[in-house]
Design a protein around this ligand. Structure first.
Ligand code: NAP
Length: 230
C-alpha cells in the first residue's frame, strides 16, 4: 500500500505531538513542524520552522507537496494569552493572530493544489472557545471562531474536488503547554480535562472515514467542568 503523507504543525508538543504519533500508527509518513523538538523516539521528519515565517512555511509545504504529495494537512500549532483584554499587549495580540489564524489559513490554501490531487484532507484544531463567549479569552476565542468559519466555507468551496475540511474543537486538555501564560490550569481530578490522545482519537476517526463521507466538525469535552487556580 502506498504510504500516505501528512504535515502536522505543532508536532513538537501536546495535542499536535499526539496527533503525529497517531498518524504514524495509521501508516502515515509525518512531516512535523515546530520550533523546539525534544529528543523523543519518532520516525517523524522534524522540521524546525516558525510558522509566522510565511516564506519558510510555504517553501516547506511546496517542497513536501512536489516531492511525493500531501494527503493530510493538520493545523495544530497554537498560542494563547488569557486575561482581561486591556491587560494584553499588542505583541501578544498580533502573535496570536498570526499563529492561530493567519498561518493555518496560509498553510491550508497553499496545500490545496496537492490535496486536490490526493483527494486529501485539512484538519484544523480550533477550540470550544470558537462557539462561546470567552471572558478572559476574547481575542483567542475570536481567532478560533475565525478558524471555524474559514473551515466551514473552505469545505463548501473544495468538496467538489473530493477534498475534506474538518474543524475539531477540543475543550480543556491537560499535559500540554498551552496554559503556560494562564492563571488557571486543568483540575487534576480524573475526567476534568481531556488528554492529547483523546483529540488524536478524533483525528483518527476523521482520517479513517470512508471516502464519500466527511466529518466536518467535532467538539470534544471532558465529562466534568472544573478548573484550578494556579
Ligand atoms: N490545551 C487545550 O486545552 C486546548 C483546547 C482547545 C484547543 N487547543 C488547541 O490545540 C492546539 C495545540 O495546543 P496544545 O494544547 O497542544 O499546546 P502546546 O503544547 O503549547 O502546543 C502548541 C504547539 O504549537 C507550536 N507553535 C506555537 N507557536 C509556533 C510558531 N510560531 N511556529 C511553529 N510552531 C509553533 C508549538 O511548537 P514549539 O513549542 O516547538 O514552538 C507547539 O508544538 C492549539 O491550536 C490550541 O489552541 C488546546
Amino acid at each position: 500500500m502506498e504510504l500516505k503523507r501528512a504535515i502536522v504543525t505543532g508536532a513538537s508538543s501536546g495535542i499536535g505531538q499526539a496527533i503525529a504519533k497517531m498518524l504514524e500508527t495509521q501508516g502515515y509518513e509525518v512531516f512535523g513542524i515546530g520550533r523546539n523538538f525534544d529528543g523523543g523516539e519518532s520516525s517523524m521528519h522534524r522540521m524546525v520552522i516558525d510558522i509566522t515565517d510565511t516564506g519558510a512555511l510555504v517553501e516547506a509545504i511546496d517542497d513536501i507537496g512536489r516531492n511525493g504529495g500531501i494527503d493530510c494537512m493538520v493545523n495544530c500549532a497554537g498560542e494563547a494569552f488569557y486575561g482581561l483584554s486591556e491587560s494584553l499587549d499588542t505583541e501578544q495580540i498580533s502573535s496570536m493572530c498570526r499563529v492561530d489564524l493567519e498561518a493555518p489559513m496560509i498553510a491550508s490554501c497553499r496545500c490545496l493544489p496537492y490535496l486536490r490531487m490526493s483527494r486529501g484532507m485539512i484538519i484544523n484544531i480550533a477550540s470550544v472557545t470558537a462557539t462561546r463567549i470567552n471572558t478572559h479569552g476574547a481575542c483567542y476565542g475570536a481567532l478560533k471562531a475565525g478558524l471555524l468559519s474559514f473551515g466551514r466555507s473552505l469545505y463548501e468551496e473544495v468538496r467538489k474536488h473530493g477534498v475534506r475540511v474538518v474543524t475539531i474543537c477540543p475543550d480543556l486538555t491537560s499535559g500540554t503547554g498551552l496554559y503556560r501564560n494562564a492563571s488557571f490550569e486543568a483540575d487534576r481530578a480524573e475526567g476534568c480535562s481531556l488528554y492529547p490522545e483523546d483529540v488524536a482519537e478524533c483525528v483518527r476517526t476523521c482520517v479513517c472515514m470512508r471516502e464519500g463521507a466527511a466529518i466536518t466538525e467535532m467538539e470534544i469535552r471532558p465529562q466534568y467542568n472544573r478548573i484550578s487556580k494556579k
